[in-house]
Design a protein around this ligand. Structure first.
Ligand SMILES: C[S@@+](CC[C@H](N)C(=O)[O-])C[C@H]1O[C@@H](n2cnc3c(N)ncnc32)[C@H](O)[C@@H]1O
Length: 249
């Protein structure tokens, strides 16, 4: 079959305008409450300074910025623009979570679903080293892997429809594992968009990492973190929501 190539990660580029529509900040409130619980337990009270690596449009972050001073880093200029718009009080900086060095430390480093874009153990270890470089001993790293090998049941299919005053978007995504021997999975997305000026159908493809829990623990330990895993119930998730919490040694 002669398959047409599908451009990758358009949701963080020319389709970034869809992000607040299909995944609005209010959808992150319950999740962010668990992040606040974990951060307060680890840091205590006070307006601590937190750094998010791969903050995207800052949707999860937007629920934390009333409690914490915040700095956001992301690879995508389009996503940083959305983040600035939603969180005008947040310092938003371009950078790759594997290599960026801001040459200062924070009370906590957060990596939300962007950690999924680490495709190999080398990537994952580099992101953990970046986190360690931005924390003093005792500092806290919080990470939420979207999926781990043990609970991944391909194909995972998700669909969302949203309506605004002048547009309607339906979105279907399917994630499967073309090569179970490697550390990546593939998500294909179809967006059906109705706007006043007509209909639009767009395709997108994201390749993300998949690792067993033991790999997370091992690489976090290698990067100098003492690790605990916190599990919470989360509406819409058929398994506990897992937060990896690392304390820098
Ligand atoms: C799903 S979005 C994050 C959404 C975010 N959690 C929120 O609440 O709005 C994933 C983000 O990871 C970013 N990203 C992917 N690889 C990255 C890397 N190596 N360094 C920094 N950011 C990265 C993408 O640009 C994208 O903005």
């Amino acid at each position: 079959m002669d398959a047409r190539p599908i451009h990758q990660e358009r949701l963080y580029d020319d389709l970034a305008w869809l992000m607040p529509l299909i995944s609005p900040p209010e959808d992150y409130a319950a999740e962010a409450a668990h992040w606040r619980t974990v951060l307060r337990a680890a840091l205590g009270g006070g307006r601590h300074h937190v750094l998010e690596l791969g903050a995207g449009g800052g949707h999860n972050f937007s629920h934390l910025t009333a409690d914490f001073q915040a700095t956001a880093v992301d690879l995508s200029p389009a996503m940083l623009a959305l983040c600035r718009q939603l969180n005008p009080e947040v310092e938003c900086l371009p950078g790759d979570m594997r290599t960026i060095r801001l040459n200062r430390t924070f009370d906590a480093v957060l990596i939300h679903d962007a950690i999924g874009y680490m495709l190999s153990e080398t990537d994952l270890a580099a992101a953990f080293r970046t986190a360690a470089a931005h924390l003093a001993p005792g500092g806290v790293l919080v990470i939420s892997p979207d999926r781990v090998t043990e609970s991944f049941r391909p194909p995972e299919v998700d669909t969302v429809s949203r309506e605004t005053e002048d547009s309607f978007v339906s979105y279907v995504e399917c994630t499967w594992d073309p090569d179970p021997a490697d550390t990546t999975v593939e998500t294909l997305m179809v967006y059906l968009i109705r706007r006043p000026d007509g209909l639009q159908v767009e395709l997108d493809r994201h390749v993300t990492g998949l690792f067993p829990r033991a790999t997370w623990r091992r690489l976090l330990a290698d990067a100098g973190f003492a690790v605990t895993v916190r599990r919470f119930p989360l509406a819409g998730l058929d398994r506990p929501y897992e937060l990896y919490v690392g304390r820098r040694r």
